[in-house]
Unconditional design. Structure first.
Length: 590
């Protein structure tokens, strides 16, 4: 960081408006830290919208969470009535009063008591309020409601002057104040139409009914010297007080993870590159009725819990007991995970709340339970309380919230027909990271299921159609068979497999016969070769014998010739000596 940047940062820190956190879930996020410290804030709205409750929770949270004492001055309800009204929310005002952390003061306004010499004077209220602030060391103040303080006063000049004096008094005391006011006619924020101009912060509460469904909303109309959310935000009043759901940030700066989570179906994980979905991603499972969308969601929930991680299941169609019973038929026992505290069901009809209230309720439950995965089954039922565009807007905000929390979410959606359209998947198909489509495949007089992975961002995935099988042993995906007439499923697939098995057997038999014939012919040829070899050896032996005899005969002849020659030489020598020829005759003498 450069020196100039550091100076700018220090200057920003010095000039930034100090704020007092309200402690109300979501409101501090909307107001970027809380209400303006040491300044008055106007909370206005129609009767029953929650003004008194919000201001009371501001006092209680300040005392309990931030150790800041507070004064609540009521001009309409008595102290014991306020204590009783908020006891159902878990707020013990009597205990806080005994600990000198909160002071409830009911002031009955009578015009005759505050009129002096024909003028409207709040000096008595200032003295009473100032004493309460000083004795308690209060940091927070609530005045409920402003209309009762100025009831019956028609002089606008005096009213404006007293309002300014009241607000100036609160600022001089250095307390963070909330002043409640009734909403005026003709779109005015207050009845007098002046309070919003002298307030540093104005919060408008609204309670509207659309299609017989009520929704509460909050809007920060103005906030001097500070950034703040300007949209309408739904808020919920329940046993824990007020919860406000901030609208998702417009900046797409969510953290992402490359870790995978299993779908619980090994064959489906293989179609998704062998590892399943990305953690923190959103998954849509859509299909017609009876295609097994809830079964897929139940397997996903079971796999999460099997890994000792938490799963929250929001059901808008079936009760938890019904889901648990039905899933046992496909070998999934969800009850054990409910008993272990790993799986939590929340079932309600969509018409119980408006869309915004459902969103706030889901947001709050997730914050409390901190699950690893969330299931909404089915989101198409939400269309009964809002249009497709409103449902899409709600789901966009929910998806963004879950991405920030790195929670994997699975939606199921009912397709009303076989044509994939924006209507059938509620327009969220473009928002989710993975989209599984389960559809009917009807052929040969039977109905089977096929699964497609329409998309899966950031990972290699199968583009094949797989037959989706649901049995008492569980869920599985098998390769479809392509026959002469197209894709084969069910009994047609089994018949094709049997036909192929028969063909293989016949082919093996034919090959075996050929192999045997080859072996037989080889043996015959080898026998012929052996016979010819023996004949050749016999002929060769006979030829060798004749050749040997001829050589032997020639050798004997040569030997005899030599012997005869020797003998003849011996006879000639004898004849010479004796004069007798070798043939036995006597030699003739001349």
């Amino acid at each position: 960081m450069t020196k100039s940047h550091k100076k700018q940062q220090q200057h920003h820190n010095k000039t930034a408006l100090s704020k007092t956190p309200t402690g109300i879930a979501g409101l501090d996020e909307i107001t970027d830290g809380g209400l303006p410290q040491g300044r008055p804030t106007l909370v206005c709205g129609e009767a029953g919208c929650g003004k008194t409750l919000m201001s009371l929770e501001f006092i209680v949270r300040g005392a309990i969470t931030f150790n800041e004492p507070g004064v609540f001055m009521a001009f309409e309800e008595k102290a014991d009535e306020l204590t009783m009204n908020v006891a159902s929310l878990g707020f013990d005002l009597q205990k806080l009063q005994d600990e000198n952390m909160v002071k409830l003061d009911h002031v009955h306004i009578d015009r005759s008591e505050i009129e002096e010499t024909g003028e409207y004077d709040l000096e008595g209220i200032f003295i009473r309020l100032g004493h309460a602030i000083d004795s308690l060391g209060a940091k927070r103040v609530v005045l409920d409601t402003l209309e009762n303080l100025f009831s019956g006063l028609s002089n606008q000049t005096i009213l404006r002057a007293e309002l300014r004096r009241l607000f100036g008094f609160l600022k001089d005391k250095g307390v963070t104040a909330i002043i409640t006011g009734e909403r005026g006619e003709g779109g005015a924020l207050t009845r007098q139409g002046l309070e919003e101009y002298v307030s540093d912060c104005v919060i408008l509460l609204d309670h509207r009914v659309i299609n017989q469904i009520s929704t509460r909303r909050l809007r920060v109309v103005k906030y001097r010297g500070s950034q703040h959310g300007t949209n309408e935000y739904p808020f919920l009043i329940d046993q824990d007080g007020i919860s406000v759901l901030p609208v998702t940030s417009l900046k797409l700066e969510k953290e992402v993870s490359s870790k995978r989570v299993s779908s619980g179906i090994p064959a489906l994980d293989e179609m998704l590159g062998g590892h399943g979905f990305f953690r923190g991603s959103s998954v849509l499972v859509s299909g017609t009725a009876g295609t097994g969308k809830t079964s897929i969601a139940a397997y996903f929930a079971s796999e999460t819990c099997r890994q000792k991680k938490k799963c929250m299941y929001f059901a808008f169609e079936e009760s938890p007991k019904q889901i648990i019973r039905n899933m046992k038929s496909i070998n999934v026992d969800l009850q054990q995970y409910v008993d272990d505290g790993l799986l939590e069901f929340h079932a309600s009809r969509p018409t119980l709340y408006g869309l915004e209230m459902h969103l706030v309720a889901i947001y709050k439950l997730i914050k409390r339970f901190q699950p690893a995965t969330v299931i909404l089954d089915p989101i198409t039922n939400l269309i009964t309380v809002g249009s497709v565009s409103e449902v899409k807007s709600m789901l966009v905000r929910l998806i963004d919230f879950l991405q920030e929390e790195q929670i994997t979410v699975m939606f199921t959606a009912l397709s009303l027909n076989t044509i994939v359209s924006e209507q059938t998947d509620e327009g969220v198909s473009s928002l989710v990271d993975a989209w599984l489509l389960v559809r009917d495949i009807e052929s040969n007089g039977e109905r089977n299921r096929g699964m497609y992975i329409m998309k899966s961002r950031g990972m290699k995935h199968s583009n094949q159609v797989r037959e989706f099988i649901i049995t008492d042993k569980g869920l599985d995906l098998v390769d479809v068979y392509l026959g002469p007439e197209g894709v084969l499923t069910g009994s047609a697939r089994e018949a094709q497999k049997l036909k192929e098995k028969t063909g293989v057997a016949l082919r093996d038999f034919a090959v075996s016969r050929k192999d045997k014939e080859i072996v037989r012919k080889r043996k015959m040829l080898e026998a012929k070769i052996s016979s010819l070899q023996a004949e050749f050896e016999s002929t060769e032996e006979e030829l060798n014998r004749i050749y040997y005899e001829e050589e032997l005969k020639q050798e004997i002849i040569e030997k005899n010739r030599d012997e005869i020659t020797k003998m003849r030489r011996g006879t000639i020598e004898a004849e010479k000596k004796t004069g007798v020829k070798s043939n036995g005759n006597r030699s003739n003498k001349l």
